[in-house]
Design a protein around this ligand. Structure first.
Ligand code: G6P
Length: 455
């Protein structure tokens, strides 16, 4: 089969532009899981990555069409800033994200009023602008890999403009069950699911999300062709991070800070679906119910602010800050801070924390995959126990060798923390070895090949 040209389309792109010392625009690569996995695969190839211009410098770069940045061919799409804000904050993050994560309490207050429908108009315009950019640059017969809920309507718009292109969609999130998506107006659901049905295939990290999406499509008269292809970390990329001097320095600092205590670690964006608060409440209950752990364990919370344009996220961040302060106030002593909170997005420090952890907490309510869980398995140097909740897509692959942690029941979760922290060395080593084997099976290269195999 002749290789088809490939175009990747995502809201947040692989690089962000800045002005260098000489005043010229420079593209710097971001550190997200998808970017670090895909960038090495597509660098130096003819693949073009189309993404929203998220800053003034990105907008300036868009004027030059496709630009070469950090080995990647990137085309930023300049959008009306207010349209982008409405499409991103209101439709993508405040509506679709919460629906796909089953967080229906966010629909308690009236949502679908004239203001919301204006934002939906902006979402349509943003999707259309992406479709126009792709239509302009995609080589004849190219495969277009559309990423995530921000861009559900791109393929339908492309079908009219460029019927030669084949679009494949991939959702890195979970997908709402039909009863959950039903909180959205029926016409909106029909347009969204029709948008997904305009793809040759729709991919998911878990069959659970694929089945939900098929059900949502059927409910409004569409059929989806789905496939399941979980992503995995890129071992070479992780190795280059651990080799960085700043990672070694962070590791030494954390080592000094933890000493001979047990080190419980979590690494997350401050994101409601990650269920960060209940993790701290479980820790609080552990200290209350099992005094033997007081002074013997440090919970490293490497959680950093995200999507602060949405009020629910800002409030959640305040709750996180307050809960940490309360737990530390309740249990802390002269020489022991129970929760060490470092709320900056320092990637190499987070890598160091996962290397040093004795147990890693991943307890989302629902999560598309959770790449951090898989990264921790490959990075960790102490046979850390992975605590994982069933809501994570990665559960499908890892369940046999994790310690399950209940996302909702704080008392049960405290029991899981105890079980993980108390586990003997032999069992930890056996589980960690099996987890490493399972995680190594899924690389970004395999994930990328699965997308292209859909056409
Ligand atoms: C997470 C999700 C992705 C999503 C991304 C957007 O990583 O797993 O599905 O595309 O967030 O993040 P952003 O910071 O751009 O809102």
């Amino acid at each position: 089969m002749a290789e088809r040209a490939t175009v990747i389309v995502s809201n947040r792109g692989p690089v962000s532009f800045r002005r260098g010392p000489d005043g010229a625009l420079e593209g710097r690569r971001g550190a997200g899981g998808l970017v670090s996995g895909l960038a090495p695969l597509v660098a130096g190839t003819s693949t073009t990555w189309v993404a929203a211009a998220l800053s003034e410098e990105d907008r300036e770069a868009s004027a030059s069409g496709v630009v070469e940045a950090d080995g990647l061919r990137v085309r930023t799409v300049a959008l009306d800033p207010e349209d982008l804000r409405q499409a991103y904050d209101v439709v993508s993050n405040r509506t679709l994200w919460f629906a796909h994560h089953g967080m229906l309490d966010h629909f308690r207050e009236p949502t679908f009023d004239a203001t919301w429908f204006a934002a939906w108009g902006a979402y349509r315009r943003v999707n259309l602008a992406f479709a126009e950019a792709v239509a302009d640059l995609a080589p004849e017969g190219a495969v277009v890999l559309v990423q995530d809920y921000h861009l559900t309507l791109v393929a339908a718009a492309l079908a009219e403009r460029r019927p030669d292109l084949v679009c494949v969609h991939f959702s890195h999130t979970p997908f709402a069950r039909p009863a959950e998506l039903a909180v959205l107006p029926e016409a909106v659901r029909a347009e969204l699911m029709g948008g997904l049905a305009a793809h040759a295939a729709c991919g998911f990290h878990s069959e659970r999300w694929a089945a939900a999406a098929r059900g949502c499509a059927r409910a409004v008269g569409h059929e989806l062709t789905t496939f399941v292809s979980p992503l995995g970390p890129d071992p070479a990329d992780l190795a280059s991070s651990t080799a960085a001097p700043a990672c070694g320095e962070a590791l030494a600092r954390l080592d000094g800070l933890v000493g001979d205590r047990a080190f419980l670690v979590r690494v997350d964006r401050i994101e409601l679906s990650k269920n960060i608060l209940r993790g701290f409440l479980a820790f609080d209950h552990l200290l209350a119910s099992r005094p033997e752990w007081r002074g013997r364990v440090v919970f490293g919370a490497f959680v950093y602010p995200s999507r602060e344009g949405v009020e629910a996220y800002r409030r959640y961040r305040e709750d996180v800050d307050r809960t940490i302060a309360e737990v530390n106030e309740r249990w802390g002593t002269e020489g022991w801070t129970p929760i060490v909170y470092e709320p900056d997005d320092d990637y190499l420090r987070s890598v160091a924390a996962l290397r040093r952890a004795d147990a890693v907490v991943v307890n989302p309510i629902r999560d598309g995959l959770n790449l951090v869980a898989k990264e921790s398995v490959l990075l960790n140097e102490r046979d850390a126990v992975l605590l994982l909740s069933e809501g994570a897509g990665a559960w499908d692959e890892l369940a046999d060798d994790v310690v399950p942690i209940d996302a909702w029941d704080v008392v049960a979760a405290a029991g899981s923390l105890h079980r993980a922290l108390a586990m003997g060395a032999e069992e930890r080593a056996e589980r960690a070895a099996r987890l490493r084997r399972v995680v190594a099976e899924r690389t970004p290269a395999r994930w990328f090949a699965d997308q292209q195999a859909q056409v």
